[in-house]
Design a protein around this ligand. Sequence first.
Ligand code: BES
Ligand code: ZN
Length: 598
Amino acid sequence: MYLRLCILFVLLTALVGAEPDPHSFSRPEQAQVTHLDLDIAVDFQKKQLIGSASWDFQLKEGNKIVFDAKDMQIRSVQADGKYLPFALGPEVKWLGQSLTVFVPDGTKRVTINYATRPEAAALQWLKPVQTAGKKEPFLFTQSQAILARSWIPCQDTPGVRYTYDAKVKVPPQLLALMSATNPTEKNAEGVYSFRMPQAIPSYLMAMAVGDLEFRSLGDVTGIYAEPVMMEKSAYEFAETERMVDAVEKMYGPYRWGRYDMLVLPPSFPFGGMENPRLTFLTPTVIAGDRSLTSLIAHELAHSWSGNLVTNANWNDFWLNEGFTVYLERRIMEELYGKDYADMLARLGYGDLEHTLEETPSIDTHLKLELKGRDPDEGLSDIAYEKGYFFLRSLEDQVGREKFDKFLREYFDDNAFGTMTTEAFLERVKNRLGPDLGVDKWVYSAGLPSSFQEPVSTRFQQVDNQKERFFSGTTPSELETKGWTTHEWLRFLRGLPDTTTVAQMKALDQQFHFTDSGNSEILAQWLVTAIHVGYEPAYPAVERFLVRVGRRKFLTPLYRELVKTPEGKERARKIYAKARPNYHSVSVGTIDEIVGWGE
Ligand code: BES
Ligand code: ZN
């Protein structure tokens, strides 16, 4: 009976369209936007964006259109030169408010005049000291998952796509950039125009304003960075054009014109964000040796998985991230060989094991149930790594050739559209075969019993050296020649809880981890240092936490600190200093870990 009801439900939703997005007030089945004209000015003194969003839309039913808005001042709404009545709904946790505009028959466009609040969750306003150049202020946005509504009133669901044009006014010494066609130079007026001719969902709206310059890296690739960061950045990301070529060969044309990247100040809360035409990047991937560029492969891959074929809502998030990790590792394999990609997969598996241990079993399904919750809660290694291993299991079962063809057609057939988990599984069953065990992967906890751990041959040698160290070999005698960041991460992640302070000291003397300029290595080392009480690293912990705002690094460090009463004390002291440097996304997470405001 239950099964029949389920089938009926699937059929019905297929007939009337997908279920409504639980994280948006908008009702696209009644009225759906198609194009945005944004006209805003950036005021650093007031920490405010002020201007208008004009939306073209299609009215399908009734006489209203509903938008999402959060912490925003709506001043007026107009259509065809007349003021329109509008209503803001009650504030709902995480979601903000509905903005309902009542429109006469035949209305095709409304203009919303608005201003943001200084605490708008998507925006981070940085003082000059928080930038690399220290001379000019900086502003950046982070819209995914549901923060676009805090800087533009919009239908904030990945199920709605639209094209946009924008005009942005900034102080004349600064350059403005968006997820769109971008200027390469400042102009005296400080007024910049943008065009995004491909339809995108709201979570890919992005803007940055700062003392920025441009350098070309290849035919379609280039980098934006603060002047003092340019040299290092251009070196680090020089191989991006080769990555574009590699994905195009496997999965079809890059459909977005240019692929440029922007290096942000260190408070950027993520490693990268796949804003179309302009990936946003943390400076913590600049290691000096190009060893962390799988992150570029990842953000670039989103130009197919995510930006081109988009998860219908955040319950299907694994469709964005699992596919992207799969593509990322295929790109890395193309460029640097199977050994290299195997190391990435093995490290990913380690993360997944860890996440599986600490995640409630219902949240270890690929398909999530995030209704009534912050979609941020779905942002875990489950979507990324379990998603990856699921796709890899399909590849293993049907063979690479067939699977690549399947993926290529998937992107072509669904380009500039949305995808649900159910529709994807249907496609797998129809095109690859009915018996690939897909339901187990998607609707059950953990990993299927048939799953086999990935192997990395290069890590076997690392494990041997680790064993030698713990059976008394001094660090200088370890065979570590030629180790890349990934071998070091394997080594450091494998340090047991029982590692002694003396052993930490010996390792530090030989390999200088506490002074490492590689943020992945440093962050991992510092977690262990806190865990075993290796005090010489404590000042480095504080420096790192105050400077860097990347949540992936902050979370394990604060979690480790708060495990003891003294550590918690220290965590709170450091956090008091560091908190003003973090973006709201990181503040939300760390407040909870250290019990801020309790
Ligand atoms: N799109 C994500 C970042 C994101 C996800 C922001 C959900 C907000 C909500 C981005 O592509 C990403 O996955 N970044 C990772 C990089 C990585 C896995 C290589 C990150 O920031 O660590
Ligand atoms: Zn991603």
